[in-house]
Structures are given as C-alpha cells and as structure tokens.
Write a protein that binds this ligand. Structure first.
Ligand SMILES: *[C@@H]1O[C@H](CO)[C@@H](O)[C@H](O)[C@H]1NC(C)=O
Ligand SMILES: *[C@@H]1O[C@H](CO)[C@@H](O)[C@H](O)[C@H]1NC(C)=O
Ligand SMILES: [Zn+2]
Length: 361
C-alpha cells in the first residue's frame, strides 16, 4: 500500500512519459474506457466502491455473501458435522486443452493472468441440484440438501481460468502463495437461464526446486505487460485435470460466495480444494513479476504531445469485445515498460455473516 502511494507520487511529479504505473491502472490496461469504475488490488478490495458498465453499484462493500473467506480446516468442519453427503459431491473431469497456435490465449488483463480458449471445450463438471426445481432453486442448493433428498445434476461449463497471488482463500487462517480459479457457467436451472456461476479454487504451495510441469506451457506464454495477449504455441497443451488434486484426493470446502473482483456479484457456488498443488520458487517469482509494478516510457519521445492518440495498430485482436478497447491514455505499443517491483492480486478475506461452509471428503 505504501509502495503504491509512493509510486503514485512519483507519477505526479514526473512528466507523463516516464512514470511508474501501479499494476491495474497502467496505460497498458485492457480495461475498456467506459467499463465502469476503474479498480485495482492496491488495497486488496477495501476500496471497491463503484459501478459496473451499466451504472449498477458493485456488491463488494454492501454484500453479505462475499468471497474470499477464511475457511475452517477439515478437522473443524468434520467435528461440526458440516458435511456434504458423499453422493452429492461435485464431479470434475477436464480434457486436455490442445493449442493449434491461435485458439488458446494467455492474457494479462491488468488484474490477473487469465487463460481462455476459442475452440469448444468438452469438459464434464457436474453440480448436484434438487431433482425437483422451481424458479427459486439456486445453483447453491446443494449446501442445504439432506442425505434423503432426490437429486440430479447440472453441467457447469468452464469459461476461463486465472490465478491470484497470494491465495484469496485462507485455510485455518493460512495463506498459500498462489490460487487458481476455474470459472464455470451453469445455464440449465430455471433460475440460471441468464447464467449462474461456480468457481473451483486450487491452492498452490511452494517447492524449493522443481517447476510444476502442468503450469509450464502457461508460464512460458505469460505476458509480462498489461494488455498483452499471447497465444499458446502450436502443439502446446494444458492438462487442466492435472492442476487439480488427483480424483481420489479431491476433498474440498464449499460455500455460497461472490466474484472476488468487481462487481463482486453474489450467488456463486464455491469449491476450494484442500490438498494444495505445487509451484516452484521460479514460477512464483515470474507470476509476481507479471502482476508487478512497471516503469513505462514512450518509445518515441516526440510522441509525448499526443499520448491519447490511438495509432490503430493495437494488438492483439480478440473475440470478446471487452478485450478489444484500448485504455484511454494511448496505445500500449508506444510504450516500453520494465517491471520494477513484485505485485499481488488478491482480495482480503470477507466476513462470513453466518453462512454455511461445508466439507466434501
Ligand atoms: C485453431 O482453432 C481455431 C478455433 O477453433 C480456429 O478458428 C482456427 O482456424 C484454428 N487454426 C488452425 C491453424 O487450425
Ligand atoms: C518518432 O520520431 C520520429 C522523429 O522525430 C518521427 O519521424 C516518427 O514519426 C515518430 N514515430 C512515432 C510512432 O511517433
Ligand atoms: Zn479469481
């Protein structure tokens, strides 16, 4: 926080073409100019008062079902009898994502490193819901189902996955260095025709030496600069299944929460795997650098007079329009940016407000 303020001060007193940018607010950001209130992780979410692109206030500060939270560890949940019946567990099956050189994107959004795919992806993620549904049946219904309830499942389709450092969820008060979020959409419930969301979180712990091989392809393509999108090279693969614990150790904690970034919308079914995966020191360092602070200067000092001019050469193109708009002050390609400090992109834990938190083991 003090570092952010210091950098802001440096910006203020220097000329605009040699300025240190806070991650998330730099010239390079992919954020659309009229995409709602700008935000960053500088105060880890404690200043997220704003509106979305349609003028609707965010739920971040007013909500009472916000994420992330400090999760009790498995023993505590077990002792409380706070369990999901075994037969009502969510099931995950993710086939390998194959790159053809132009269908898998690794995006530095200005807030996170996110992976999206442009080819259809036949993942099989099944969430349990009551067999008899009405318009009020939520995607979170499994949290209050009893052993004898009649159940069925709905499909959750993965949309993208991204990472946070440090972790957003705590377990028994403890942070991990990294957390993976796989974001899914559910549409086949009467209340979800416009889309309900479910996120699966995976925590990572540090190893001294070996890189996690299942992160390698993503890490190799990771754009260091905000606003940049790299394609996974042809023949590269993402074995998403291997970024989760093995199927036999998918013990998880589940609860009703929210998006952990603005607009902090609620009603999400969260799953957080209790068994952490591994990340090497080198991989963690690269991620912290990608979400770090940067010093940016115009490649061509004569262009300083018109920093807001768009050259029209902005790359890359993207199928989702929200990524197409360049940030207001200029074309990122006109700037050279060097990372000057590690960054973070996590939200602080939120109050529970009496919500049910359940263990599935
Ligand atoms: C790669 O996949 C994308 C999305 O499915 C497709 O549009 C494109 O034509 C493919 N490119 C090649 C070289 O096969
Ligand atoms: C960079 O500066 C040179 C010389 O002043 C000028 O001719 C050129 O148009 C500039 N290029 C850009 C991209 O502004
Ligand atoms: Zn996330």
């Amino acid at each position: 926080m003090y570092a952010a303020l210091l950098f802001a001060a440096l910006c203020f007193f220097k000329t605009t073409y040699a300025c240190i940018y806070k991650y998330g607010t730099s010239l390079d950001s992919l954020a659309a100019p009229n995409g709602g209130t700008p935000w960053d992780h500088g105060l880890h979410g404690d200043d997220w008062i704003g509106v979305d692109a349609t003028g609707k206030p965010w739920a971040c500060m007013s909500g009472i079902r916000q994420s992330p939270i400090n999760l009790p560890n498995a023993n505590i949940l077990d002792n409380r009898g706070s369990r999901i019946p075994r037969k009502f567990r969510t099931q995950w099956s993710y086939p390998t994502i194959y790159s053809n050189g132009s269908n898998v994107e690794v995006i530095n959004t200005g807030h996170t490193i996110q992976v999206e795919w442009l080819s259809p992806y036949a993942a099989d993620v099944e969430i349990v819901v009551p067999a008899r549904q009405d318009r009020n049946t939520q995607i979170t219904a499994v949290l209050s189902m009893n052993e004898n309830d009649q159940a069925t499942t709905v499909q959750a389709t993965p949309l993208q996955f991204h990472f946070h450092t440090v972790s957003e969820h705590l377990i028994g008060g403890e942070y991990h260095p990294l957390e993976l979020h796989i974001v899914h959409r559910v549409t086949d419930l009467p209340a979800c025709t416009a889309g309900c969301f479910s996120v699966t979180g995976v925590l990572f712990e540090l190893t001294q030496s070996e890189d996690n091989p299942f992160l390698e392809a993503i890490w190799a393509a990771m754009p260091m600069r905000e606003g940049a999108i790299n394609y996974l090279p042809p023949d590269a693969q993402i074995r998403l299944e291997e970024l989760l614990p093995p199927p036999s150790s998918r013990e998880y904690v589940t609860y009703e929460g929210s998006l952990t970034t603005p607009p902090c919308s609620e009603g999400l079914l969260w799953h957080v795997m209790l068994k952490p995966q591994k990340i090497s020191m080198a991989q963690w360092t690269k991620y912290k650098t990608a979400v770090g602070f940067k010093e940016c200067s115009l490649k061509n000092a004569t262009a300083t007079a018109t920093p807001s001019a768009k050259s029209g050469s902005r790359q890359p193109r993207h199928h989702h329009s929200r990524h197409l708009a360049a940030a207001a002050p200029g074309n990122p390609d006109d700037y050279t940016c060097n990372v000057v400090a590690y960054g973070t992109n996590f939200r602080t834990p939120q109050r529970l407000f009496g919500r049910a938190v359940k263990l599935a083991s």
